[in-house]
Design a protein. Structure first.
Length: 97
């Protein structure tokens, strides 16, 4: 079964461009992962500080491999001081039917 989630966070005022740049680079890397089926980053049209990321992995193993990728920890370390939350807020979702 696929592993699907969305992550959300809010950039601190004035940090939205830096967050977007970090996210563009990270997105390219994640999309190259063998078990990644989708990784789409968005900002809210009315608030460019609000970010959402929709992620789909082939299965739990692919998701765990993603979590262990060598570029994940540096990305999260660079992101942490630029966002209002302590970390990305993750919501795991399942398809209906």
């Amino acid at each position: 079964m696929t592993k699907t989630l969305y992550a959300e966070f809010t950039a601190r005022k004035g940090a939205e461009d830096e967050v977007a740049g970090l996210l563009r680079d990270y997105t390219r890397k994640v999309r190259e992962e063998e078990g990644n089926l989708a990784f789409e980053a968005y900002t809210k049209a009315s608030d460019p500080r609000a970010f959402w990321i929709f992620e789909v992995y082939q299965d739990e193993d692919a998701f765990q491999t993603h979590l262990k990728a060598p570029y994940g920890t540096p990305f999260n370390a660079a992101l942490a001081p630029l966002i209002e939350e302590d970390a990305s807020v993750l919501t795991f979702i399942d398809p209906i039917g």
